[in-house]
Design a protein around this ligand. Structure first.
Ligand SMILES: Nc1nc2c(ncn2[C@@H]2O[C@H](COP(=O)(O)OP(=O)(O)OP(=O)(O)O)[C@@H](O)[C@H]2O)c(=O)[nH]1
Ligand SMILES: [Mg+2]
Length: 205
């Protein structure tokens, strides 16, 4: 057994109800997908252990409620975040139109020291639906928005088919680690051999 330093990275996932925030996280952390829709109430988090640039990282990913009536916690817990993941459904235009609002609300509540440099990432989810034939938002439109918002990285994903999910969250971890100016590090006694991933969850409802 040995003691190793870990960096805790807090990530907030935002977007309209039904875009697939919970499904993306569940696919990423638990490698599971369910067709059934169960609205998130309040906020919940999952954690995943990663090795990034030879650093041990604990990614604490906060899932939030898209439905306004379930947003009981407001935006108070956005504070201290190291990255914000914005999710929309490529098949539903209004879920993209609200991205400006989610972006600005996040900055308002999180109040990072330099809002112009705070890392966001945009995910266009459900690209599997109807083989892309019911798409409402083109990749170009999404990319143009990202460029207009200080070059936010953009990924197209499918939580259902596990398409690009790992790559997207790996990128989240990298930019969160890179941005982190005041590291939350802690020591934990762990076996010398590091498991690929560990997970746990908690609820702040
Ligand atoms: N076809 C398809 N369906 C998806 C995908 N991701 C999520 N879904 C479905 O979309 C519905 C909503 O997914 P959720 O992950 O619960 O959405 P959410 O964004 O967490 O919604 P709230 O908790 O209300 O904010 C569920 O029925 C999922 O099965 C996807 O990539 N493809
Ligand atoms: Mg949810």
């Amino acid at each position: 057994m040995a003691s190793r330093k870990r960096t805790l990275l807090k990530v907030i996932v935002l977007g309209d109800s039904g875009v697939g925030k919970t499904s993306l996280m569940n696919q990423y952390v638990n490698k599971k997908f369910s067709q059934q829709y169960k609205a998130t109430i309040g906020a919940d988090f999952l954690t995943k252990e990663l090795l990034i640039d030879e650093k041990l990282v604990t990614l604490q990913i906060w899932d939030t409620a898209g439905q306004e009536r379930f947003q009981s916690l407001g935006g108070a817990f956005y504070r201290g975040a190291d990255c914000c993941v914005l999710v929309y459904d490529v098949n539903v235009g209004r879920t993209f139109e609200t991205m400006d609002n989610w972006h600005d609300e996040f900055l308002k509540h999180a109040s990072p020291s330099d809002p112009t440099k705070f890392p966001f990432i945009l995910l266009g989810n459900k690209v599997d639906v109807d083989d892309g034939n019911s798409r409402a938002i083109s990749e170009k439109k999404a990319n143009d928005w990202c460029v207009s918002r200080s070059n936010i990285p953009y990924f197209e994903t499918s939580a259902k088919n596990d398409y690009n999910v790992d790559d997207a969250f790996h990128s989240v971890a990298k930019i969160a680690l890179h941005h982190e100016t005041n590291p939350d590090t802690y020591f934990q006694v762990i076996p010398e051999t590091l498991n690929d991933s560990e997970q746990s969850s908690g609820c702040a409802c």
